[in-house]
Design a protein around this ligand. Structure first.
Ligand code: AOF
Ligand code: ZN
Length: 378
């Protein structure tokens, strides 16, 4: 509720208004995918806030239209701040650019252009052709970060991969006896559950399943129920594993190769698990990761969390597939030559080849250190 006109907020700058639109957009994370999270605010000709809106769920009205419908007073002559370029296509809803023009707004300030083929500048063009003043690129880094997963799925047809691991101060995810419960504290683990609850999939390897018998669900449940995805060349997934026992509550998808027996495939499928047979990667003698990721993209999975051991994560890093890192460091030392590192694979030979984080944020969670950031992909 925007209240009476005297109490209405007035933004001091374009970036302040856009920052508000960005935080509105974030409320849709986990609910809108595979569509982008988008937020919008409208101010009147005096610069007073008169409407707010965001894209709330997949298939629902777009942010701009929600804001227009919520307007507390006349929008004619006002300015729209929107995190993403208004659309110009007839999708599940009519073009927002047309709605903006019809409402008589005089200016539109945009966070970033829509990278999707069906828009890609045409929304901006349509607004300008109607005589509306358009400015693009206010808070663009934040606006781009917000749609990073949407952009990857649109442009590369691949899911955005988040890698998560928890390790000790000496960089170990398990002791030399393979003990790994629990490294990080409760607060770190609750962040992981929040992350899980907005993912389309959680990806792990059969090694982790055999070692830990994980559930890989979000507790409490978030805005979506992620599919638990296991890479399992020979289909060794135990029939009495927690994953299989809960297959009715949250989907399980297993990728195997022709090294799995047909009879085993049928048995596992009979227990409610979906099985996909893909090629083997002759380099690693493992399930071909490109085939897996292509299939997940084909299924419109936008965000996938990797919660695996060092082998799978190492291969994904070697092949430059990871987009974002969530690393939890516990203030403990386990030591031991045989203790296990989070990332194996081939690795890189020199420091200048090392993978680099950008826009990283560090938080302290009751003594654990949480580092998240985007991985720069070459
Ligand atoms: C959204 N929400 O607030 C904006 C979007 O299938 P449709 O009709 O929902 O259209 C989806 C496309 O619309 C999406 O790919 C993006 O390019 C554009 N803008 N989408 O879901 C919004 N502004
Ligand atoms: Zn739209």
């Amino acid at each position: 509720d925007l209240g009476s006109s005297q109490s209405r907020e007035r933004f001091r700058s374009d970036s302040e208004a856009m920052t508000r639109a960005l935080s509105l957009a974030r409320k849709g994370l986990g609910s809108v995918e595979p569509n982008p999270p988008v937020g919008a605010v409208i101010v009147d000709s005096q610069g007073k806030l008169i409407a707010e809106g965001y894209h709330q769920r997949y298939g629902g009205p777009h942010a701009e239209v929600v804001a227009l419908e919520n307007a507390a007073s006349e929008v004619r002559g006002g300015t729209l701040y929107v995190t993403l370029e208004p659309c110009s296509h007839h999708g599940k809803t009519p073009p927002c650019a047309d709605a903006v023009i019809a409402a008589g707004l005089s200016k539109v300030v945009i966070g970033t252009m829509d990278p999707a083929e069906h828009v890609c500048g045409q929304g901006i063009e349509r607004l300008r052709a109607a005589g509306i003043m358009v400015e693009v690129g206010v808070c663009e880094p934040e606006a781009l970060q917000l749609i990073a997963a949407f952009k990857k799925l649109q442009c590369e047809k691949l899911p955005y991969l988040h890698a998560k691991w928890a390790m000790t101060l000496d960089g170990r995810i398990a002791s030399r006896t393979k003990a790994s419960k629990w490294i990080s504290n409760e607060r770190s683990r609750s962040i992981v559950h929040q992350l899980r609850g907005r993912m389309d999939g959680i990806l792990t390897g059969i090694g982790t399943v055999l070692a830990d018998d994980p559930l890989l669900t979000a507790r409490p449940q978030g805005p979506r129920i992620p599919t638990r995805i296991v890479l399992d060349r020979q289909l060794r997934l135990p029939l009495d594993s927690q994953l299989i026992r809960t297959a009715d509550d949250a989907p399980v998808l297993v990728f195997c190769t022709d090294q799995a027996l047909e009879q085993r495939i049928q048995q596992v499928e009979g227990l409610g698990v979906e099985v996909e047979v893909v090629e083997i990667d002759s380099q690693t003698n493992q399930v071909d990761l490109t085939a897996v990721l292509t299939e997940l993209g084909r299924r419109q999975m936008t965000n996938v969390l990797i919660e695996s051991g060092g082998t799978l994560l190492g291969s994904l890093i070697d092949q430059d597939c990871v987009d974002e890192v969530h690393c939890f460091i516990a203030p403990r030392i386990i030591g031991g030559q045989g203790a296990i590192s989070p990332i194996l694979g081939n690795g890189f030979d020199t420091m200048d080849q090392a993978r680099q984080l950008r826009n990283s944020v560090v938080e302290v969670l009751d003594g654990d250190v949480y580092i998240r950031g985007e991985l720069i992909r070459s």
